[in-house]
Design a protein around this ligand. Sequence first.
Ligand code: PLP
Length: 486
Amino acid sequence: MDPEEFRRNGYAVIDWIADYWTHLAERPVTPAEPPGAVAALLPAGPPEHGEPFDRILADLDPVVAPGLTHWQHPAFFGYFPANTSGPSVLGDLVSAGLGVQGMLWASAPACTEVETVMMDWLAELIDLPQRFRSSGPGGGVIQDSASSATLVATLAALHRASGGRWRGNGVDRRYRVYTSTQAHSSVEKAARIAGLGDDGVRAIEVDPKTLALRPELLRAAIEADRAAGDVPALVVATIGTTSTTAVDPLPAIGELCRAYGLWLHVDAAYAGAAAVCPELRWSHAGVEYADSYCFDPHKWLLTGFDCDAFWVADRAELTGALSVLPEFLRNAATESGAVLDYRDWQVPLGRRFRALKLWFVLRWYGAEGLRAHIRAGVDLAGRFADLVRADERFEVVAPHPFSLVCFRLRADAAPAADIPAADARNAELLARVNATGRVHLTHTRVNGRHTLRLAVGAPQTTYREVDLAWRLVERTATTLLGGAAE
Ligand code: PLP
């Protein structure tokens, strides 16, 4: 494809995406096709001869689009949001077009320097303490995901807890990681990859009301492990847990980490974006105790996947754990010590120019545009929660400080008030609502009970979609509970 062909076909691709976005609300949110339906539309093997681009593009509508759950749909309320935006897509396009490898400063200087500055900008936007900025000992880097951020934080914590022996000897003692029962599964996965095994993770119980980690139980666990000769290495605290957006008490956890010498990693994958709004920064109280912190602009800050923003308070501790310098990567800039080489801040060597999409997003929206986006999500979630609360058959089961509402039919709204039956009824409610294809919600378990989750994040979502979701939920509930049909 020469540049002129690229130009022509590129315009057609942009047109296709713009049309997709324009008509997205008319599509069902989730596909109706059974498993295998998409694969069955594809030829069994690759083409022997190249094809014209318009034929390739023409297959997006019949093959790909009907087989998607549309995450950008205004009535998509599942999981956590993963919203992209025009400036993000265009920034990614430029990154793809440049095709540079930012593994070393020397391999693409602008790739590294724009990223360093974007991470400082973001740190300022969410008011992270100064020590995370690149002007001091700390600094930020873009990881592909919060899971990777937790992994590298775990490795840095092991490096520290072993007094540097981990690099040479691997896991030579029983190192322990502490997190709450509500933490994301990536904590367990990171511990497993790091060689600690599932046993290496202590899941600390939470307060049944706030669903936040109980610091007194954390202290007891650390002391018990120390008494047994184990080495407490890391606490992973969460701002905005995956199930319910609970906020762990960072000040108390931070004091414990300081007292016992543990690394504190703060996982704010979804809720970190909220800190662009001053009125939501209470959720970050205590972040000054953190050794590392991350959040995902690819969740709630209009930047397409993948973009996890990860900071360390002391970058030497991270690079001390991860740096490897083979001969073929040696260069004068690295040896001068005057540059950052992001290959030492992550698991892979290679890295693409992800900072471009962030640069485009931050400039297009500005801080006020980003704040407006977060506030809209919080407002829409608040409206949904009000609708739920106004119906006595339902309950909101956890605080909803951000844009997620957890709710369910009360057990005593069912003819028989036994919990398994109520759980089954809630599961059936969710299945029926989702089967309409008009909205998409997901579920979790809160205090052992089946619970529905409605998460807002798409910039196109309005009261219309939130009200539609509620209408479908409450009418379906009426049918399920034996009242009038929908
Ligand atoms: N941590 C928390 C609190 C999350 O909610 C999630 C995903 O929802 C993750 C980590 C994993 O995010 P990622 O897909 O960026 O690894």
